[in-house]
Design a protein around this ligand. Structure first.
Ligand SMILES: Nc1ncnc2c1ncn2[C@@H]1O[C@H](COP(=O)(O)OP(=O)(O)OP(=O)(O)O)[C@@H](O)[C@H]1O
Ligand SMILES: [Mg+2]
Length: 239
């Protein structure tokens, strides 16, 4: 359902050209939970941005839900993103002065005003991420773990086909991280949302079906959780 072929991205700043993605080929099945790991600066976030239509590749193709993303014009990409993509970031990126409910409702405003049904759906979503009763609280008054739950609810409010998460547990301690990962796995299983998560943390990657090991702008290895010695393999790679 996601097919990336020979994807390249370079950034040009003044005289300097940086080739960040050097030909990425990747197929991800519908409903799969994939982790992307690799050294800092290897291009993981760049790949995620391209998959989410936040930026455009220099060359290559991205097909998501039978749609050619790389060729879309900006307006088309925006519509595509709203319809198919949910994003979660390491630093939550909530609007701090809005309430929890307002943050979750934010993506819905693009399709007009909030209906009774939509408001009900937001309440149910908050309940399902463990934030029942906190909807009227200002987002910046919540703890980190709670803020990331709000971010998950916001990412899921449009029921996107694809959930992209860039180090979603990077700012959280182990217990809070586990709660977030359990939630993400639950939604991945129940909603069949294809989930792609960048992480530096082996514990987090252990929740994924497959781990993509990224190095210098290309995929170095792909390993499945069911492979016997995958933990050791990843540890060696990251060392
Ligand atoms: N908008 C940009 N303009 C210029 N260079 C960029 C831009 N975005 C990223 N880069 C460069 O691309 C390279 C890869 O960055 P990227 O953020 O994708 O790495 P990453 O694998 O996510 O690293 P980290 O693990 O530290 O988050 C870096 O050298 C970075 O400086
Ligand atoms: Mg990054």
């Amino acid at each position: 359902m996601i097919k990336v072929s020979d994807l390249k991205k370079e950034f040009i700043q003044g005289q300097e050209r940086t080739e960040v993605l050097k030909g990425v080929d990747l197929t991800i099945e519908e409903g799969e939970f994939v982790a992307i790991m690799g050294p800092s600066g290897s291009g993981k976030s760049t790949l995620l941005q391209l998959l989410g239509g936040l930026d455009v590749p220099t060359a290559g193709n991205i097909v998501i839900n039978q749609q050619q993303l790389a060729q879309m014009k900006e307006k088309e990409r925006t519509i595509f993103r709203r319809k198919y993509i949910g994003f979660i970031f390491q630093n939550y990126q909530l609007l701090p002065t809005l309430t929890v409910e307002e943050n979750v409702a934010f993506p819905l405003h693009a399709d007009g005003s909030l209906t009774k049904e939509k408001n009900q759906m937001i309440l149910e979503l908050l309940d399902s991420v463990g934030l029942k009763g906190l909807g009227r609280k200002r987002a910046n008054l919540l703890s980190g773990g709670q803020q990331q739950r709000v971010a998950i609810a916001r990412a899921l409010v449009n029921n996107p086909a694809v959930l992209l998460a860039d180090e979603p547990t990077g700012n959280l301690d182990r217990n809070k991280a586990e709660e977030i990962l359990v939630l993400m796995s639950k939604f991945n299983r129940e909603n069949k949302q294809t989930t792609i998560m960048v992480t530096h943390d082996m514990f987090a990657a252990g929740f994924a079906d497959r781990i993509i090991l990224f190095k210098d702008g290309v995929i170095d290895q792909v390993i499945a959780r069911k492979d016997n010695d995958y933990a050791q393999y990843v540890a060696n790679f990251m060392a």
